[in-house]
Design a protein around this ligand. Structure first.
Ligand code: R5P
Length: 287
């Protein structure tokens, strides 16, 4: 078995290969003068773990090309982050089910898909192959433990994220609560006022995705107004679009921690261990 990856998942793929005690196949990526992507892989094995985060449209195309280049091997696809997963249904007539469209394209040429904290588990049914999701909530909990905060409050920005926040909180037996978020637009959210037990406490806001940072910044403002001592933010997928990091720091976030499903300067938690365990367990069950 060998690991291979797109340009956006080099760190995670390397860590995963170490955890699986194998190597990463080198790939040369380039572009034609008209912008079309090109790639060529090194020597493949009979079994390949393809790691490719779909962080943008270019990453999606590169992943489609990489899967095609791996034809002839038994391919498992690790999709650490899946853009378009938030459009998992038709909200208005005439819209695409983008998650379904992307899932179907990526299923061709692979035998199995592993996703990481996919925004909506219902998306798994759109893949044409067996698909499973793993969660890094407990890994985030372990990281928070290493900060040695005294009696922190773990906070989900909306009810939908409460189960995730609960798993984070279980790492330290901490208290967990949630806010009520209404999305006004792609960049604007409204939080219903809620009295929290935040006074003089450290609060860690946890979410699956931080995109513009609007959700966390709004929540942080509310928490400081209620006398929070300091506010931390943790997520799996640090999309951090449009100046999000600066926005969060300006909003008083003491530290932002993300996982390496999207590789950035704040990727302090690796998904590699859990992905490797999932692959090893599946292989031992097959034998
Ligand atoms: C939405 O349901 C997600 O779980 C996140 O809360 C959302 O993507 C965060 O977006 P932003 O950082 O732009 O507020």
């Amino acid at each position: 078995m060998k690991v291979i990856c797109t340009e956006k998942s080099q760190l995670l793929a390397t860590n995963l290969a170490r955890a699986l005690k194998t190597s990463v196949v080198e790939v040369k990526y380039s572009c034609f003068p008209d912008g079309e992507q090109y790639l060529i892989t090194g020597e493949l094995d009979d079994e390949t773990v393809i790691v490719g985060s779909v962080v943008d449209n270019d990453a999606l195309v590169q992943l489609i090309l990489l899967i095609d280049a791996c034809e002839g091997s038994d391919n498992r696809l690790v999709l650490p982050y899946m853009a378009y997963a938030r459009q998992d249904k038709r909200f208005l007539p005439g819209e695409p089910i983008s998650a379904r469209a992307v899932a179907q394209v990526l299923s061709r040429g692979v035998s199995e898909i592993i996703t990481v904290d996919i925004h909506e588990k219902g998306v798994l049914k759109y893949f044409g192959k067996p698909a499973r999701n793993i969660s890094l909530a407990r890994d985030i909990g372990s990281y928070i433990k290493s900060l040695h905060l005294s009696n922190p409050l773990i906070l989900a920005p909306d009810e939908g994220a409460l189960t995730f926040a609960g798993h984070v909180a279980s790492a330290g037996g901490w208290e967990v609560d949630h806010l009520e978020k209404t999305r006004l637009s792609g960049v604007e959210v409204k939080m219903a006022p809620k009295q929290l037990c935040a006074a003089s406490r450290s609060v860690v806001i946890v979410d699956d995705i931080i995109s513009t940072g609007g959700t966390i910044a709004t929540a942080s403002g509310m928490l400081y107004q209620q006398g929070a001592k300091d506010v931390f933010a943790a997520c799996v997928h640090g999309v951090l679009t449009g100046g999000a990091y600066v926005h969060l720091m300006t909003a008083g976030i003491r530290e932002l921690v993300c996982c390496d499903t999207i590789e950035c300067g704040n990727s302090r938690i690796s998904a590699a261990g859990q992905i490797a365990r999932t692959i090893k367990n599946a292989d031992s069950k097959e034998q």
